[in-house]
Each structure stands twice: as C-alpha cells, then as structure tokens.
Design a protein around this ligand. Structure first.
Ligand code: GDP
Length: 424
C-alpha cells in the first residue's frame, strides 16, 4: 500500500481534517508530525462534529493506529481535555489506537504564559499568536531546553532536568517580563500528573512507523496549517513556528527514510487567513461579510472571524510547488454557489509590473491583486457526487484552477460530510 501526506497549500483551514477523515479508509497509520493544538481540524462524521486540535484525524476509524510524532508540540494538558471531549462523543481512545512519541517535547505551562506576555509586550506589532505557547515552545526546543515525553519514565533525572530548566526560565520570566517566577514543586506536580495519565501511550513511535513502512502498511501523514505558514518557505515572520511541508513529514514522524508516494494538497475554493500578515487578495466590507457568513469562516480554536478573499492563483501555485503536491483536493466549492460571478486573483501587480511568482514576504505588502471573473453556476451543488453532474460553470472553474496551479485536482469537495466529495 502507498503512503500519502495530506497537507495545506495556503494559509491553513483548507479542510485538511475533512480530507484526512475521508482518506483514512485506506490507511493503517495516521501520523501528526508537526505543530501543536493552535489550529483546528473540523471533522464531521457518524460520531458527530469535532474540532480536533492535536489528535490525528484517523481516530474515528476502527483499526487505524494514530500517532503523535516527535515533531509536534506536545501539550499534554490540552491533549487530555481534547481526548475527554472526543471520548464523550463515543470514540474509543486507548493505546490500541493512539501512541505518542517518546521523542516529542513537552509544551509546559510557562510556554503558554510566555506567549501571552510576549504578545502583550508587542502591543500593536503582534504576530497574531493564538497564545497556545507554540512559538516559545519551538524556540526552547531548538535551544535544547525542553523535556522529551520519554523522560517521564526517568523520574529522578526528570526532576533535575526540570530544576535546571526552571532556573533558566525564571531569569526570563522575572528579568525580561517582570512576571512571577515558576515554582518547581508545582511544575513537577504538573508533569507527574500528566505523566501518569499518558504513560501507557508513550513509546518509540518512530520504530512503529519504520516497521510499518517495511511491512507494506499504508501511512497517512497529516499536517497542520499550510505552505504559506511554513517557518522556512512561508510569509515569515507571520508563519507558524514549525514546518508545515510534506518534506518534513518523515523527520517529524521519526521515520526519516519512509517514502511518501502521494502528496495531497488541500486548497480552498476561495482564500481565508487567520491572524496577522500580508494577505494580498483580502476582501473587506459587505462582500467579505457575506463570504465569511456563507462559508462559516470563524476559527475552529479561537472563534476569530477569518480574513477572506477570492482564490489566489499566485500564492496557490507557490504552495503547490513547496509541497510538491501530486494531487489537489479543492474544498468548499459549494460555498461559491451564491455568487453571480466568481472572482479569481490571477496575478499580482508589484511596482506597476504584473508578476506571476510569489514574491519575497517583504514585497507582499506592496502587491495588488489582479482579479478576473468567471461565470457562476447559481445552483446548490452540495448533493452532487459525480463530475458529470456538476454544472458546466463549476467544472470550468475547477479546470481553470487546475490549469493555472500546475497540479491535477483529483477531489472536489462540496460539503463537510464524509461522502460529499467528487473523485475525478
Ligand atoms: P483544516 O484545519 O484544514 O482541517 O480546516 P478547518 O477544519 O479549520 O476548516 C474547514 C471547515 O470547512 C470545517 O468546518 C469543515 O467541516 C468545512 N468543510 C470542509 N470541506 C468542506 C466543503 O467542501 N464544503 C463545506 N461547505 N464545508 C467544508
């Protein structure tokens, strides 16, 4: 069986969770390999509607092993709450279907606190953090100042390690931010509490995945956010603090040699973006309000209204290249059914010149969108299940995007439900 990665092509919220939930039918393993609980994947299936933050979207499929890889920001406190809410929906979550990498680093309470303190310090220059502690977490990880989950099995060493980290962290909390110092006993108690709850789940997941790769099991790698939020390739500094690219999946899963056969890039039929940063094709006013209302574009984690606009071919083509996508899932095409004319951002104008390539982030603020319009279809397509039954203008829209982003659109999603998808 083949391995695939399901990744975002744009700014996130493209509908990856919905695609993973559908595609897990053929998967033996589903692996989250980067990011934390700062975004949400919304999944609608026979158990109900769930906003997943850190749990892999394969947890709803019996027989699928779900893994949180070494690349994630492991926030045990929020993960436990998320597990409890999913269990309430009647979904079993045990070490039989969920494992956590012993090499995943722990997001500690002070990471959340530091996120809030830094956003407050930045005032109007803030990056739009969700204050889940993700940026302080990853910067500590790269400074080698975090605890790995496997250390929970070495309590004496762990206490010493926490003590060293706390001494250093208190210099920052008190000296830089004038905040209260963290308390060692409280920190140890927090780690012990969650250590007990999670001990049965923590193991060498890299070995599991490497073995799965050797024995022909199919592995689905699930990313958070999208290409344009990738730390290295995105709209830095308005990126996230990890690599959202498929190329990072083997490393963030602890299986650097596992081959990915297919990269399914998820693209929304229009653009949305949460938080700060340049967003060239942004709409304002009543057009934006209407698209936001029809598409229900409010953050799954924060409830924040998302910024919206027409599909951006320039950014999407760049996102496709960064992901090296082999197929595209175009989602929320049904949302556009209310429009008479469908706007498409085909190029950017920069300093009086028309450009096709996604520019360096600092130039984005000066770019203006060049918009063309296609005829709408003005009919409900949410029940359509075959390509032939899609209205001609909807097919033309899909084909136009396909031709201009350089990758085949294999899936056309027309609703959030598992079966509301046309496979071409
Ligand atoms: P993710 O983080 O990429 O998984 O995206 P989100 O879950 O934040 O946002 C996608 C939202 O769109 C969710 O509420 C989905 O249920 C919903 N959704 C996904 N695909 C479709 C679609 O084709 N049509 C409609 N109407 N909603 C969709």
């Amino acid at each position: 069986m083949s391995n695939c990665a399901v990744v975002g092509i744009n700014w996130g919220d493209e509908g990856k969770g919905r695609m993973v939930d559908m595609l897990t039918e053929n998967a033996d393993f589903v692996v989250r390999y980067q990011g934390g609980g700062n975004a949400g994947h919304t999944v609608v299936n026979e158990f109900g509607k769930f906003a997943l933050h850190l749990l892999p979207s394969g947890i709803f499929r019996p027989g699928v092993m779900n893994i949180l890889g070494n690349g994630v920001a492991l926030d045990l406190e929020n993960l436990w709450d998320e597990m409890e809410s999913v269990r309430k929906g009647g979904v079993a979550l045990t070490p039989d279907n969920l494992r956590i990498s012993e090499r995943a680093s722990l997001l500690l309470p002070w990471h959340r606190e530091l996120d809030g303190l830094e956003e407050a310090r930045l005032k109007d220059k803030k990056y739009g953090s969700t204050k889940q502690g993700i940026a302080p977490f990853y910067s500590d990880k790269y400074q080698k100042k975090t605890i790995m989950a496997g250390e929970l099995f070495y309590p004496e060493l762990l206490r010493e390690h926490l003590k060293d980290l706390l001494e250093w962290k208190n210099l920052i909390l008190t000296g830089v931010y004038g905040a209260e110092p963290a308390d060692l006993d409280a920190l140890v108690a927090w780690v012990e509490k969650y250590g007990k709850l999670f001990a049965p789940y923590i193991c060498d997941t890299g070995a599991l995945i490497r073995e799965a790769g050797k024995t022909g099991k199919s592995i689905l790698f699930e990313a958070q956010l999208g290409s344009l939020r990738d730390l290295d390739m995105g709209i830095y500094p308005y990126t996230t603090s990890s690599n959202t690219l498929a190329a990072y999946a083997p490393v963030g899963s602890g299986a650097p040699t596992v081959h990915i056969d297919d990269v399914i890039g998820v693209v929304k039929a229009y653009s949305t973006c949460v938080g700060e940063g340049p967003f060239v094709c942004e709409w304002f006013g009543s057009d934006a309000d209407e698209l936001r209302r029809v598409g229900f574009e409010f953050g799954a984690k924060t409830g924040r209204p998302r910024r919206v606009g027409p599909i951006d071919i320039v950014a999407t083509r760049y996102g496709v290249e960064c992901q090296n996508a082999t197929a595209i899932a175009l989602t929320k095409v049904d949302v556009l059914s209310y429009m008479d004319k469908i706007p498409v951002c085909t190029h950017y104008e920069l300093d009086g010149k028309i450009i096709d390539n996604f520019p360096f982030p600092a130039a984005l603020g000066k770019c203006k969108p060049v918009i063309e319009y296609m005829d709408g279809w003005k009919t409900d397509i949410s029940k359509v299940r075959t390509w032939e039954d899609l209205p001609l203008n909807a097919r033309k829209y899909v084909e136009y995007i396909e031709q201009n982003i350089g990758c085949r659109i294999k899936y056309v999603s027309v609703g959030p439900e598992r079966d509301a998808c046309i496979i071409r």
